[in-house]
Design a protein around this ligand. Structure first.
Ligand code: ZN
Length: 216
């Protein structure tokens, strides 16, 4: 009888221990999932929706690359006005103000008119396969702010991960325009710095640093 009882109680204890181990493992996994999710997806900068009509409603963006621009406008407000004016026919996916606030003008799959005459990796018409980021300001006169670099990184990383964009396909407007001018030297196409190579490298260094840290 005692032997039988102890067998039963050992069985019960074994079941309780097993149950406890399973629930603790489950809880630990859940909390680590939650903490990694919150550290990756917490949004630090203000995001404002500001849709632009300057898009091609009949096409879908292939999202193969990203083009970095500066607005060369005195304020984000004046830039947003131009980028949403139907007469101007220029748009972008996001404008990033000097305080890091992001004005989202189009979703990544939308074709927005930001690239003009352009070639990236031999492909013409970059509007149809790239995302446009407009940093408020003029990088010839002042560097990007830390907030702009951080906010731009925060905006881009989920897009890079979703569409598997290679970092080599993140370039400046000047780079894709120069590629076009090289192929068509006789075509009229004005050249300008947009954005400077120095600010481009600063942005890319930060982006690489954050992406490496996230992968560790
Ligand atoms: Zn540009």
């Amino acid at each position: 009888m005692i032997r039988q009882l102890s067998k039963v109680s050992i069985g019960i204890i074994a079941v309780i221990v097993l149950f406890a181990v399973i629930s603790i493992t489950f809880l630990l996994r859940m909390s680590s999932d939650m903490s990694s999710a919150s550290s990756e997806f917490v949004c630090h900068y203000k995001v404002v929706n500001y849709p632009t009509p300057n898009i091609d409603p009949d096409s879908t963006n292939k999202v193969l690359g990203v083009i970095l621009h500066h607005t060369a406008e005195p304020t984000a407000e004046s830039a947003l006005k131009i980028l949403s004016s139907p007469e101007k026919k220029v748009g972008t996916h996001v404008v990033i103000d000097t305080d890091g606030t992001r004005y989202v003008m189009a979703e990544p799959t939308v074709v927005a008119y930001h690239a003009g005459y352009s070639i990236l990796n031999g492909l013409e018409g970059c509007n149809y396969f790239t995302i446009g980021i407009e940093f408020q300001g003029n990088t010839l006169k002042a560097p990007l702010t830390e907030e702009q670099i951080e906010s731009g990184t925060e905006y881009l990383i989920p897009i890079i991960n979703t569409y598997n964009i290679p970092l080599e396909n993140i370039v400046t407007h000047q780079m894709i325009r120069n590629a076009y001018k090289e192929k068509y030297p006789n075509k009229r196409c004005s050249g300008k710095v947009d954005i400077t190579q120095t600010e481009y490298q600063r942005f890319m260094n930060h982006l690489r640093k954050i992406m490496t840290a996230n992968n560790d």
